[in-house]
Design a binder for this molecule. Structure first.
Ligand code: MG
Length: 377
């Protein structure tokens, strides 16, 4: 039995209120799923995917085909659910998972890694970090065909468009890799909320600072949130504490995952098992673009509403200030009666500014004393 230890952490990030990511970290299966679809449908999709993998692979996968079959089943289930529930139409999820394949006759214990979408699995071995998965994303295609550089991909406005996801089509093609269980290996499964914020070199730096996997997972999530946290971020870290001696692994074992070459060499890997009918890449793009447009329209309406509210507040404030004008108190008429016989009246009346004030003055003058006569202009 593989001797593994693991840790996991997730955070909605700084912008989003909901966390549509889901994860599973269990003895035999580890999953990160990044749901999409809005109105909580994304949460439903990612949770469904995680639930099915737990059920199918939690006891250990007998073969790589079973791992891929579980992902295909999750896809079909999400697709079906989306089509029987209007509120969840169009929902989908990425999925990156690692499952333990216990040893059987003639085959040593192994790890199966599967991927659909743009969540990722990294492997650190011998101080080197490599991506074992290849994103199914629009920018990855541009990168693989040499249209953009890695740096341009990081800042590309369409970097969140995925070209494959679970739940979008009745079937899905799943990429898969088999790995030996090597002592000292550390795997990092993550949603794009991590890699959109921090670069691979920083991922390596952060996980090198933490020997325990839970600390590493939490530190990675914290780093992504600190760097911007524009998306939900989820990380599962798995350490192999016992397994094949690293010295027994061929030196070129990681060459196919070479840090610089991985994105090109593995741009179109052969899946171990295939489900037919690869969804057209544009399909998911359209879905994402639709969500993006909806968000843009909503932002515009919110801004418009904000402007109206601000205008009303400014107007009200202006009116209030006009009424509270600290103009001189109502004009005061000072009346001095010197003697009973000869009433002399001194009347001081600051120039009234309104008719109302003038009226007030008249009344006060009249009631003060019968002898007092105030003549107003
Ligand atoms: Mg995401």
């Amino acid at each position: 039995m593989a001797a593994l230890t693991w840790g996991a952490a997730t955070d909605p990030g700084r912008i989003r209120e909901e966390n549509e990511d889901a994860f599973l970290a269990d003895q035999m299966v580890f999953v990160v799923a990044d749901g999409m679809g809005g109105h909580q449908a994304g949460e439903v999709a990612s949770s469904l995917a995680v639930g099915i993998l737990r059920e199918r692979l939690g006891g250990g996968a007998p073969s790589p085909d079973v791992v891929v079959a579980a992902v295909v089943e999750a896809n079909a289930h999400i697709f079906q659910t989306a089509h029987t529930n209007a509120a969840q139409r169009g929902m989908g999820t990425t999925l990156t998972a690692m499952a333990v394949l216990p040893p059987t006759d003639g085959r040593p214990e192994q790890l199966a890694i599967v991927n659909v979408g743009d969540s990722r699995c990294y492997l650190r071995r011998g101080g080197v970090l490599v991506r074992t998965t290849v994103d199914h994303s629009y920018v990855q295609e541009l990168l693989a065909t040499g249209h953009i550089t890695e740096q341009e991909a990081r800042n590309h406005p369409r970097r969140n468009i995925v070209t494959r996801a679970l739940g979008i089509e009745p079937t899905v093609r799943v990429d898969s890799w088999m790995m030996p269980v090597v002592r000292g290996d550390r795997y990092v499964l993550c949603s794009d909320g991590l890699v959109d914020e921090i670069e691979d070199a920083e991922i390596l730096h952060v996980i090198n600072l933490h020997t325990d996997p839970q600390g590493a997972a939490e530190a990675l999530v914290a780093a992504a949130v600190a760097a911007g946290g524009r998306d939900n971020v989820t990380v599962v870290v798995v350490d192999v504490v016992d397994g094949v001696d690293p010295g027994a692994v061929p030196d070129d074992a990681l060459d196919e995952f070479d840090e610089t070459a991985s994105t090109l060499v593995l741009a179109d890997p052969e899946p171990a098992a295939v489900a037919s009918n690869l969804p057209p890449p544009t399909h998911v793009q359209k879905l994402e673009q639709r969500i993006e447009r909806r968000l843009t329209a909503r932002t515009f309406l919110l801004m418009l509403l904000g402007a109206v509210v601000l205008t009303v507040l400014i107007t009200l404030l202006a009116v209030a200030l006009t009424n509270d004008d600290p103009a001189p108190d109502p004009p005061v008429t000072t009346i001095t009666v010197t003697t009973a016989d000869t009433a002399t009246t001194e009347a001081t009346e600051p120039s009234p500014t309104t008719t109302e004030r003038r009226t007030t003055t008249t009344v006060r003058s009249t009631t003060t004393s019968p002898a007092a006569v105030t003549t107003l202009p």
